[in-house]
Design a protein around this ligand. Structure first.
Ligand SMILES: Nc1ncnc2c1ncn2[C@@H]1O[C@H](COP(=O)(O)OP(=O)(O)OP(=O)(O)O)[C@@H](O)[C@H]1O
Length: 267
């Protein structure tokens, strides 16, 4: 509590990089947002006019930690993944004593905006199709030996029929599943095993399915009671959220999703 207050106070000293400021071949346009370790800026390549995203370390991390490790971590993961659905790294360095990197600006709107700002709704079939796309990208990340660990709807973008993933700031190497250590529910997403990204996939599906939910009574019920979905989809989400067993890896979840989607198409 005191720690987080102190941290917010320190971060309050952050001096914005002004619009028009030049960093090598890029020019700062606007501040996109302040995240847990970094502040993101919309930047423009001065010769081509192409847009990109610059992420720089926030004051608390800069002054009290080895700040370069955040930049090194996120850029190393993205460089190793080197995949069209994840941002490409253009450069990294230090500007005004602050470590930063510049990456590809991914196209698309976040699922947070689509659902909560634009009122987009998804049927069970559409939700499963999107789940299949997402789990395929999770498989790419896990096959490279990494976890994303922050697959929330503001970090998943919809771009003309395909999904893009951003914000690899919490990504880390997969660690061996140590199931004998009991975890609290809130720790599931940050765990360093494949199950953490699968847990996030379960939440992603719930957000999509709830988009078309119309409350019929004031009393709040569990999602199992509220959502009108097939028993197979319900069972899949329970397993992703680890209510009832769990998937060992993303391939297992992918196979299950494909089977449920196939069965639904034959109904
Ligand atoms: N590569 C990218 N392409 C497009 N937009 C991006 C990219 N990276 C970040 N953004 C956008 O910039 C904003 C800030 O992103 P950033 O990842 O720094 O922090 P955050 O998502 O707000 O917080 P946190 O890091 O705590 O999750 C967000 O609106 C995000 O959508």
């Amino acid at each position: 509590m005191i720690g987080s207050l102190f941290r917010r106070m320190v971060d309050g000293f952050e001096i914005e990089w002004k619009s028009g400021e030049r960093i090598n071949q890029f020019q700062v346009m606007t501040c996109l947002g302040k995240g847990s370790y970094g502040t993101a800026y919309d930047v423009r390549q001065v010769h081509t006019g192409d847009r990109a995203v610059l992420k720089r370390v926030r004051p608390y991390k800069k002054w009290f930690t080895d700040s370069m490790k955040y930049i090194d971590n996120e850029t190393a993961v993205l460089e190793e993944l080197n995949h069209p659905r994840f941002p490409e790294i253009y450069e990294k360095g230090v500007f005004k004593q602050t470590p930063y990197f510049i990456m590809e600006k991914m196209d698309g709107r976040t699922f947070e905006d689509l659902i909560f700002k634009e009122g987009k709704t998804y049927s069970e079939e559409e939700s499963l199709d999107l789940g299949i796309q997402l789990v395929k990208l999770i498989m790419v990340i896990h096959k490279s030996g990494y976890l994303h660990r922050d697959l929330r709807i503001p970090n998943i973008l919809w771009d003309n029929g395909v999904i893009n993933i951003i914000d690899f700031g919490l990504a880390c190497r997969i660690q061996r599943d140590n199931s004998e250590v009991p975890l609290l529910h809130k720790e599931y997403m940050r765990e360093k095993t494949a199950k953490s990204d699968l847990y996030a996939l379960g939440h992603f599906l719930l957000f999509l399915l709830y988009s078309s939910y119309e409350p019929v009574e004031r009393k709040e019920r569990s999602w199992e009671e509220e959502l009108d979905i097939s028993p197979a989809t319900r069972g899949l989400i329970q397993k992703l959220l680890r209510y009832d067993g769990s998937f060992e890896n993303a391939e297992q979840a992918y196979m299950e999703l494909m089977k449920i989607r196939y069965d639904l198409s034959r109904r």
